[in-house]
Design a protein around this ligand. Sequence first.
Ligand code: ATP
Length: 330
Amino acid sequence: MSLNTKSKVLEFLKEKQDYVSGEEISNLLGVSRTAVWKIISRLKEEGYVIEAVTNKGYFLKESPDLLTDEEISPALETKCLGKKIYHHKEIGSTNKEAKKLAINGEEEGTLVISEKQTEGKGRLGRTWSSPFGVGIWMSLILRPEISPVEISKITLIAALAVCKTINKTTDLKAEIKWPNDILINKKKVCGILTEMSAEIDKINYIILGIGLNVNTEEFPKEIEDRATSLKIEGKKSYDRKELTRALLLEIENYYTIFTKKNSIDKLLEEYKSYCLTLNKDVKIIRNGVESIGRAVDLTKNGELIVKKQDGEIINVFSGEVSVRGIDAYI
Ligand code: ATP
């Protein structure tokens, strides 16, 4: 049975919102009644609630809360991002899987998404907690024609896109902790991990990993004081499918502006308007060594300009440091 036939049956059932006979489906798609029965069984196994009534047919009562290709694709408005989706119930790390696919030549825009990660990755070897069915744990393959030194701009674009998506589609106010964390009420709701393979002057591929806590109700002890989810903040559940689609569209919009102009000038003002690191005292932790200063601005490449206590002005590159508030996480 092809995935396509299964998707078509599903689409048909969703459109009808009523009983559809096995015969009708089999005529429409040109497959046998047994094939239809098999497809329905498979859909039930995947979590679709389908009622079967003699002489009436099948009625799709409920779709599972899963980020599968069939659930995401029909209403997805992007041109490139997420046009091909690899969905997993469980995986080590979506970034790792996307990397494998990219090495095998998978196209730009391909999305790896999993309901759960057992080895979710953060920056600098840290881990990302990714329990089943409550977040958006995803990685995109990108192949921009930019210089490898520009990779940090992709992180900024992604942070901006996540922030905008939350602010547009929910009643919550998200902010960016430079360069790559999204916070609500000063707690982290999303992390971004950008990895790449490159030659001296050419990028082979970029893996843009995003972990967004959507309906998480509880976090592991070690991070509960600094992590949050949309549900914790908004006191209600949010639709992960809708958010995934909105997020892909927002990333695509910003990514297209960036790759067409080869500059983030246009996006930087918006990024700054969401960035809570600016005009704050910050602690820069580089290889375990701490220094304190005031974050005064961003360069046109998105580096953080910090005025140190001794008056020296330094540009901080995103890959090398962790930025903290003086006494707290931000
Ligand atoms: P930070 O500046 O917060 O240290 P980072 O950008 O250096 O973050 P990330 O890769 O973004 O690091 O995130 C990894 C860190 O985020 C972990 O060390 C942990 O403290 C925290 N964390 C892990 N899982 C989650 C989660 N699901 N939600 C929020 N925070 C998490």
